[in-house]
Design a protein around this ligand. Sequence first.
Ligand SMILES: Nc1ncnc2c1ncn2[C@@H]1O[C@H](COP(=O)(O)OP(=O)(O)OP(=O)(O)O)[C@@H](O)[C@H]1O
Length: 607
Amino acid sequence: MGAKRSANSSEAATGKKIKMKEAVNNERKDGTIFASCSFSSLGLHPTICNELLGRMGFEVPTSVQAQAIPVILSGRHVLVNAATGTGKTVAYLAPIIHHLQNFDGRIQRSDGTYALVLVPTRELCLQVYEILQKLLHRFHWIVPGYVMGGENRSKEKARLRKGISILVATPGRLLDHLKNTSSFLYTNLRWIIFDEADRILELGFGKEIKEILDHLDSKTGCANQENAVSRHSRTLRQNLLLSATLNEKVNHLAKISLENPVMIGINCKETEPISTNLSSSESDEESEGNETKYPSNMLHTPAGDYKVPTQLIQRYVKVPCGDRLAVLLSILKYLSEREASQKIVVFFSTCDAVDFHFLLLSEFQFSYPQSEADARQIFLGGKVFRLHGNMDQEDRRKTFQTFKTEKSALLFSTDVAARGLDFPKVRCIIQYDSPGEATEYVHRVGRTARLGERGESLLFLQPVEIDYLQDLEKHGASLTEYPLLKVLDSFPLYGQKKHTKNFVAIESHPWVLCLQKALESFVTSKPKIDKLAKRGFCSWVRAYTTHRGELKKIFMIKKLHLGHVAKSFALKQQPSLVAKSYKKQAKRKRFQKPIGLAKKRKIAGVT
Ligand SMILES: Nc1ncnc2c1ncn2[C@@H]1O[C@H](COP(=O)(O)OP(=O)(O)OP(=O)(O)O)[C@@H](O)[C@H]1O
């Protein structure tokens, strides 16, 4: 099949570069998210521009799209570092579709896969696939598809056999197919995209990625390249790496997968900042054939490098360990009463903690002190969802799809929802358990305040963990204190609507004491929830021991009072009893395959 480089890609991009640079620079000056140019001025095919407008409702490109699209159209390898929710997905999908629809002689399913998008989680896989479906509506001959853990392998094999032009995949399952699905054709592979590149590596997929690249290289290697050259007049392979938090961890991947890349949104030691990146595509012709490899330590990541949406209101709340649960419930109630319709995501460190809090919140009934005996009611009305890596795939899919469309709901999740997921209209992110690495903080809060919308985030810290704020500050995240006492004072007690007295300590606040007591009796009376509370306690303590590096000095298990941790799971029992039951479980599991704690914490909730 013959293919030509799109006539208008580099030419149009070159011709419009000066205008483009002006547009992007204007955008940067007034600090808005959108660029003052059109999609068509970036060199995209008119049908794609129509689809972006008609089907997606995108009138103009975002700043990152305005910067990235012409460079990606030009065929250069690219590293994109832009804040969460700035439109990176379309920034890489649109140019690929542009090229594929422009090939001389339509591409066919039997050609196999042309573009591969690697993502760290199943939900992100589905999300990218759905966007692809929309963008490809008018290009029925370009077939989107996905393969990911938890899906039926045989059905995936059948789809791969028929041919998938743009394949979205999680690394483990992709490698499985590369090894075991002989009908999976990828000799025409031209694009590899690592979306959330740093997360893919953090999840321990480094080895898989190396193997994947080796496999792809071996099939498209020497023997086939001649063939490929005749099909594609230029650029045999174009690789793209994207994330809001590209950091040193990506250096290795960048080194092995990128040649002479253009850096977008990155402070580099050896390349110019963003504004000159556009001009680096001007030097395309000069750099053609240039074998410059990605230089070591190219990514210069000084502290304060992470980009958090500027309109996001970031706060922290300092809560003694034993009062965490009562405070969480109070804040959730306060927020839901303040704004009847709003979406909130609460992050936990483990799947067990998600399960416990989900069931508790779904069932907890409460009656205000000295109110009518039959005034017991569900503490928090409204829909609650949960999402974590130990859930059945169908439940995960259902939660993901439903929470997206809800106008008002609560989602309890592990970090499985931290990366890339685009839930519309999430107003508030609560990090009930600390995220650990600052990168994860950035991605978790990035689920709100997307594309210039308003949003707020709240980080729970115990008094002994307060130094974590300095760590975040070093990475450019400044948090102010949440007015907790004001919120607690707003709850009616003893039949009064408002407290006349302001209480100074959270531990002795009558509302907190009353709520804690009610929670403990409720959990004691519900064996199923009680069991989940004990499991949640055990896994929470284990997760707490897995903080790494400098963070170990802040999140020190030795500083924790386990009795207070138990209280935060509404357990009245001595923690030693809980630990005993955990030890019994652990003993039973001793003969099962051991998994490193740190790895387990990271992976259990995420893949
Ligand atoms: N040009 C545009 N005009 C209007 N909306 C857009 C445009 N581009 C993207 N969007 C919307 O912006 C939102 C964020 O886009 P996207 O998920 O691609 O961001 P992202 O930068 O990949 O975020 P993250 O870093 O969290 O993965 C989505 O709802 C998307 O539909």
